[in-house]
Write a protein that binds this ligand. Structure first.
Ligand SMILES: Nc1ncnc2c1ncn2[C@@H]1O[C@H](COP(=O)(O)OP(=O)(O)OP(=O)(O)O)[C@@H](O)[C@H]1O
Ligand SMILES: [Mg+2]
Length: 362
């Protein structure tokens, strides 16, 4: 046993110099300490936010409480490792002097109006601080009073959990006309949908950065509130891409102002209507299986064409051929080859490829 372990004075000095000292308010002896406030906050923060889904939920609660009516969420995963999520709202916005401060612990504008929702109390001034502790980066890209906010969060999925399956839409059942989520992974889609079901007045859009940008681009010219003057509506940051005519400018403004990174090529496709416009999350509800309410049928008209159906038979055949030729070298290693031609089926938003194998030389 080291001498210092039994010697309170040496222990004290060791604590003074090591970073243990920075975490402790009081040494209570026998291995007990009272943590100081900042260490307790740091630990609480890590406990509060454990997944990307938790982050998205806190962002949604913030937008709701700030008076949003529209929320756009762009989500993308890069190199299979980094999740990037951008949240754009049309709520009250944050004054410039507070842009940095809102990420500090215990900073809130909800002194008198704590909100309790199904997720608990909202108004501790801790969520953005917590997000900052667990994410690689969280940035307020834009915010101004009356104009809304744009937050961007980046987290490596290796460090911060998220559901592996981020594409499955939850299964919905209707009970007495009310949609209820009955199963499905607790992924970002489900988090957003559950939130939206609790707050049906909100128009929430969820998609890739390109899908969100195309939706914003088209809504900004078509969707106006007749009661409100154009100039007031145009103040909202999400409308800043309205009437842009150049793809280069669109890609540039989208990144700088809306935190949406799209290539110039994609911006061109967006401007020429070649990227599908998103439905709101609630509109997409009726497109899911398991709803049998007759009055919902008319909403089906909003159903967009399944993505895979856009591909022509000719292109599906081309993909099958590519598989055949690419597989040859791989198959050689295992003495197998493809029997017949691969079968490529277009189903909803998936391409399903069936490759039947046989021993080589059969
Ligand atoms: N989208 C937003 N629009 C306007 N203001 C926002 C937005 N997001 C955050 N804020 C401001 O930042 C403050 C801090 O947000 P944060 O989520 O950290 O704490 P909180 O919402 O006050 O409480 P809680 O920790 O319970 O979430 C909020 O009180 C609000 O004033
Ligand atoms: Mg909050």
């Amino acid at each position: 046993m080291l001498e210092s372990e039994n010697n309170p004075l040496l222990n004290f000095v060791a604590n003074l110099t090591g970073n243990q000292y920075l975490k402790v308010e009081e040494d209570l002896g026998q291995g007990f300490v009272r943590l100081n406030v900042s260490e307790a906050e740091r630990r609480q923060a890590k406990h509060d936010i454990q997944s990307m889904e938790d982050i998205v939920l806190e962002m949604l609660r913030n937008s709701r409480d700030a008076g949003a009516s529209k929320i756009f969420i762009a989500s993308t995963k890069e190199e299979n490792l980094i999740r990037k999520v951008t949240i754009i709202d049309d709520a009250d916005g944050v004054p410039a002097e507070l842009h940095e401060k809102i990420f500090e612990p215990r900073v809130t504008s909800k002194l008198e109006n704590i909100i309790t929702d199904r997720y608990g109390i909202h108004g501790r001034g801790m969520a953005l601080f917590s997000v900052k502790q667990v994410a690689d980066e969280v940035k307020l890209v834009f915010s101004a009073p009356g104009r809304g906010s744009v937050f961007k969060v980046q987290a490596s999925t290796g460090l911060l959990n998220e559901r592996k399956d981020q594409s499955t839409y939850p299964a919905i059942k209707y009970r007495i006309g009310e949609p209820i989520i009955i199963r499905g992974p607790h992924n970002i889609i489900r988090t957003v949908l559950e939130f939206n079901l609790d707050h049906r007045e909100l128009m929430i859009y969820l998609g890739s950065p390109s899908e969100i940008l195309t939706t914003i681009y088209h809504l900004s010219t078509t969707d106006g509130d007749a009661e409100e003057a154009d100039e007031i509506q145009d103040l909202k940051i999400w409308r800043c891409v309205k009437s842009i005519k150049s793809a280069t400018v669109l890609a540039d403004i989208a990144e700088r102002r809306l935190g949406l990174k799209v290539s110039v090529r994609n911006a061109q496709r967006i401007m020429s209507n070649r990227v599908g416009i998103l439905k709101t999350m609630l509109e997409t509800l009726s497109m899911q299986e398991g709803h049998s309410e007759p009055e919902r049928k008319k909403v089906d008209l909003l159903k967009p064409e399944p993505l895979a159906r856009r591909l022509s038979q000719e292109d599906l055949g081309h993909i099958a051929k590519l598989f055949s030729s690419e597989f040859r070298a791989i198959g050689d290693k295992y003495f197998v080859e493809i029997s017949g031609t691969p079968d490529v089926q277009a189903e909803k938003d998936c391409l399903k490829v069936t490759i039947k194998l046989q021993s080589k030389g059969n």
